[in-house]
Design a protein around this ligand. Structure first.
Ligand code: 5RP
Length: 228
């Protein structure tokens, strides 16, 4: 199986955990696209009744096109389960997200969800976080000064740009700065530091958030339980 087939495998596996009547957080990314397709099939074939809350405009559009009802987070009183992808997951089930520039909405949805499930192909499982650049969502106003501050702190920041050199914009119309760290030895400490910098709306460290991880391997999906 290639990487896309592994992503499809975990997407299909994840929707087996979705039950009738659930309010479901729907993540963002290429793995989640497969999950939304599989969810759409269950809605069409089984008449599964769920309400989805999407973590990006693109996930909302895909879900609605498949007949999945989407509501805004502020219009639901709780979320039963959120299914999302991840860029890296370490041996302590801490994660990096935001490769798709959606980590702000993803984190808001995740912390308001009773359970969180991440779906990844096996390449995302790492010993230490940080090889994948850590995304920060930043307010455009004054963002060059935020970048310079991060640079002086030795955090190797770079604005995320489109191929034609424009800032990548999030769904909240903010910019993304990626930190090219190589290895993050103290994720909690780094998270605290980043939380204290004015202009950074949210970082992509997802610490102590996930309950269940479904990993796609060549010989099938593996379900790992992180915490309850
Ligand atoms: C988007 C995310 C994604 O979940 C993450 O980037 C994984 O994406 P993919 O499934 O395409 O590898 O955090 O902001």
């Amino acid at each position: 199986m290639n990487q896309n087939e592994l992503k499809a495998l975990v997407g299909k596996e994840a929707v087996k955990h979705v039950q009738d009547g659930m309010t479901l957080g729907i993540g963002t990314g290429s793995t989640v696209r497969y999950m939304i397709d599989a969810l759409g099939q269950r809605v069409a074939k089984e008449g599964l009744k769920i309400v989805g809350v999407a973590t990006s405009d693109r996930s909302a559009q895909q879900a609605e096109s498949l007949g999945i009802q989407i509501k805004q987070l502020d219009d639901v009183d709780h979320l039963d389960l959120t299914i999302d992808g991840a860029d890296e997951i370490d041996s302590n089930f801490q994660g990096i997200k935001g490769g798709g520039a959606a980590h702000l909405w993803e984190k808001i949805v995740a912390i308001n969800s009773r359970k969180n499930m991440w779906i990844v192909d096996e390449s995302k499982m790492v010993e230490h976080l940080g090889k994948f650049p850590l995304p920060l969502e930043v307010i455009p106003f004054g963002s060059t000064h935020v970048l310079q501050k991060l640079d002086k702190m030795g955090l190797h920041p770079a604005f995320r740009l489109t191929p034609d050199g424009h800032h990548v914009l999030t769904d909240s119309k903010n910019y993304i700065i990626d930190l090219h760290l190589g290895r993050i030895d103290h994720p909690q400490q780094l998270a605290q530091t980043l939380n204290g910098i004015v202009g950074i709306v949210e970082h992509g460290l997802f610490l102590n958030i996930v309950n269940t991880v479904i990993v796609g391997h060549q010989d099938g999906p593996e379900v790992l339980h992180a915490r309850d």
